[in-house]
Ligand binder design. Structure first.
Ligand SMILES: C[S@@+](CC[C@H](N)C(=O)[O-])C[C@H]1O[C@@H](n2cnc3c(N)ncnc32)[C@H](O)[C@@H]1O
Length: 441
């Protein structure tokens, strides 16, 4: 039996990162049917957990490198590993890894070593003494590497020693029994993908970007959302609340043609003016240099979006306007971050009215299987997340019942002490009867 391949997720965005991995894998391998079974033992903790978590044991339908390439295209995925051990289940493998002899480990890990300690998640705050103590826990495995000759200029393999740190999460408040801790011995599989999602996020970081505003979405979250919408080359993406274009830029970076609308005409206008935001290392002249909305696209070598200045989603003509902007063609995806707080009241719609309108717009504008991905803030604290989620889900389904838009995924994470941020993935599914009627027209 081949050794299992597993994936490790970064400690942010909660359950969304699992959905992202699934969405990207489906996008990249539409010909392969994957049986998704997130590892029961190592799940998120009400969104936004800390420390490494091994989530999914991956199928061998794809090679390890293919999985690593998929992982590299996800924002929430830290790396793809192969467990160096054999067994029926992941747990068996982990147990068996602990039983491997030094010789067996050395056989599996040829060539060279240097020690580079990386602590993920909350482990970052450890003092040098505490770090050393942590490393000593791995003594047995490390001793196996002592005997190897080292060519540091040409390393070929990497050994990661991971400890499950989830006890650092809200263990005081949790009623669940403390999680068992394992030491994992894994081989990281290097992706061959030239540009990773992390690199795209770094390129379009808002500290470097030409044009920003008070609501500009961080590049990594924007890419995560575009991934959730399965944006890819030759797709068309609409953001009807585009603001300073965070989501349009992310979608364009993934190869999409973009259309953005916003009620704020001034923001989208092409006039150049200095932005009153502090300078940063990537943008030392910010505050003095004059920039316009589309400069962010030009500097990243992206085509500028089609912009609908002053487009109010509430207007009865809005749907036509969005359609005209895409040569009367339906869209592959709508990716958006509707207004909240003061801006929500400016939009004169509460969050459910907003969702209902987005449902109507998506129903009219999306292709079959097209995706609507959006964020919403809802009242509630992290401890109540499970309860809040259930109720929210019922409300969403009620609001969207008139439309052919179905909830595919919903994840909640902490926004502040009183509110949770929901990421919603919705899919347009044309019912068979409607499809037939359409086809016969
Ligand atoms: C949270 S911001 C979007 C931020 C954006 N993702 C970015 O990266 O800058 C919401 C935007 O919705 C716009 N807006 C508010 N009400 C609107 C409406 N009725 N129709 C269209 N846009 C609206 C606001 O002007 C604001 O730019």
């Amino acid at each position: 039996m081949p050794y299992p391949i597993i994936t490790l997720f970064r400690s942010c965005y909660g359950l969304t990162r699992l959905w992202e991995f699934q969405a990207v894998a489906t996008r990249e391998t539409s010909h392969i049917k994957i049986d998704w079974q997130w590892d029961e033992q190592c799940h998120f903790n009400h969104g936004g957990d800390y420390g490494p978590s091994i989530i999914q044991s991956l199928s061998h339908d794809l090679s390890a490198t293919q999985w690593a390439n998929i992982g590299a295209q996800c924002i929430g995925n830290k790396a793809v590993f192969q467990v160096l051990g054999e067994g029926e289940t992941l747990q068996d493998c982990v147990t068996n890894v602990g039983r491997l002899s030094d010789e067996e480990i050395l056989q599996m890990i040829p060539n060279t070593w240097s020690l580079n300690i990386k602590h993920l998640g909350k482990m970052k705050g450890l003092s040098p003494n505490q770090s050393r103590a942590q490393m000593e826990e791995f003594q047995e495995v490390l001793s196996a590497l002592d005997q190897r000759p080292v060519d540091l200029n040409n390393p070929e393999s990497e050994l990661w020693l991971l400890k499950d740190c989830r006890r650092l999460e809200d263990s005081k408040t949790s009623s669940k029994p403390p999680t068992v801790h394992y030491h994992w011995l894994l081989k990281r599989i290097k992706p061959t993908t030239k540009v990773s999602a992390q690199q795209l996020a770094a390129q379009s970081d808002i500290k470097k970007r030409a044009f920003i505003s008070t609501t500009t979405m961080p590049a990594d979250r924007a890419l995560l959302m575009a991934n959730l919408a399965q944006v890819q080359p030759n797709t068309t993406v609409l953001d009807p609340f585009c603001g300073s274009a965070g989501l349009l830029i992310a979608s364009a970076l993934l190869g999409a043609k973009t259309v953005g609308g916003d009620i704020d005409t001034e923001l989208l206008s092409h006039q150049e003016y200095p932005l009153c935001y502090p300078a940063s290392a990537g943008r030392p002249l910010r505050g003095t240099e004059a920039v316009s909305f589309t400069d962010s696209f030009t500097e990243l070598g992206l085509d500028s979006p089609t912009l609908l200045l002053g487009a109010n989603i509430k207007d009865s003509q809005a749907i036509n306007l969005y359609l005209e902007a895409n040569q009367k063609q339906t869209y592959d995806a709508i990716v958006t971050d509707p207004p909240y707080g003061i801006r929500e009241s400016q939009s004169q719609m509460n969050s459910f009215e907003l969702l209902a309108r987005l449902g109507e717009v998506a129903d009219a504008l999306l292709k079959d299987q097209g995706r609507l991905v959006l964020l919403q803030l809802i009242d509630g604290r992290l401890e109540q997340a499970d309860q809040v989620k259930k109720q929210f889900q019922v409300n969403i389904e009620k609001v969207l019942s008139p439309y052919q838009i179905q909830l595919e995924a919903l994840s909640l994470e902490r926004f502040n002490t009183r509110r949770l941020r929901a990421t919603l993935v919705l899919v347009k599914r044309i019912q068979a009867t409607t499809r037939k009627a359409k086809e016969s027209k």
